[in-house]
Design a protein around this ligand. Structure first.
Ligand code: ZN
Length: 287
């Protein structure tokens, strides 16, 4: 119990993994496979880099939430990971504090993530798990698929980290905000007139400028429907010592329970900006 109390007040970090836009068409045709790979590759990346004694040398726990949209409702798959800043020593006896201001080096995360994701894609290709339809049909040939993957290594993949923020109360704000989202919220919708939908958005590429966009209703619906997840797909996952399966073996995962309890019982009101989708939320009371 004393250990749990020690753990609770640690700061948290927020890391966002984003898929390069070239993968968007493939992801839309293979949502389950690619979103699942996004969860796995990012989780393995975080755990592997954290376990490296050069960076942290500890076992970490975190939760990941999938968002598939950008502010303009186009396809922009990214994963928000909320991580207690630090980890357990390999022998499980003490808490190891991070040595970098941003917890783990982002450029290392980016490279490792890229390698794991592309390797995962190759594996799934070999296992014939990928579907290629329409304009992607040529990629069904191995040589073409390899050529398609090659340029992905010539660019840096976007992994973004926010500086550590306060303890569990802040995390609850994050949880409320990221787990209860759809591609657009009512308060951003301004008008539906003459078969056109007008909504507010923030232009991340241009200094978070507030803008207004009007789309034909068909195009608006097309964009909205891009974000429907496959049936049964869960958009939040827990990893490491926050994973459900470790509860029996690792009592420290009780760290999660106060979070979830408060998440379900308290009111939170805090504006937080998502780096990728740039959504802000006035958190509502959660019953
Ligand atoms: Zn987001």
């Amino acid at each position: 119990m004393a250990r749990q109390n020690e753990l609770l007040p640690v700061p948290y970090v927020h890391v966002v993994f984003t898929l390069p836009h070239q993968l968007s068409p493939l992801a839309l045709q293979n949502k389950k496979v690619l979103y699942d790979l996004l969860f796995r590759a990012s989780a393995e990346t975080l755990q592997e880099v954290a376990q490296d004694p050069r960076h942290l040398g500890a076992d970490i726990g975190f939760l990941s939430v999938l968002h598939t949209w950008g502010q303009n409702l186009l396809h922009h798959p990214h994963l928000h990971c909320v991580i207690p800043a630090g980890g357990l020593s390999p022998d499980g006896t003490h808490w190891i504090h991070p040595r970098y201001p941003f917890f783990l080096p982002v450029h290392v995360l980016s490279r490792v993530f890229r390698g794991k994701f592309v390797a995962g894609l190759k594996r799934r290709f070999q296992q014939r798990q990928l579907t290629f339809a329409g304009s992607l049909r040529p990629l069904a040939h191995e040589k073409a698929f390899r050529s398609f993957l090659r340029p992905l290594f010539r660019q840096e993949w976007v992994v973004y980290a926010k500086p550590p923020f306060g303890g569990p109360h802040h995390v609850l704000g994050y949880l409320a905000r990221y787990t209860h989202r759809v591609a657009i919220t009512n308060h951003r919708l301004m008008a539906f007139q003459h078969d056109q939908v007008t909504f507010r958005w923030k232009d991340y590429a241009h200094g978070n400028k507030k803008r207004i966009m009007t789309l034909g209703s068909q195009e608006f619906l097309r964009r909205f429907l891009l974000h429907i997840l496959p049936r049964g797909f869960v958009c939040i996952s827990f990893f490491g010592f926050l994973a459900t399966r470790s509860h029996h073996f690792f009592p420290h995962s009780a760290l999660l329970f106060p979070l979830l309890k408060m998440f379900h019982s308290h009111a939170y009101r805090r504006k937080i900006l998502c780096h990728s989708c740039l959504a802000t939320l006035d958190q509502e009371r959660v019953p």
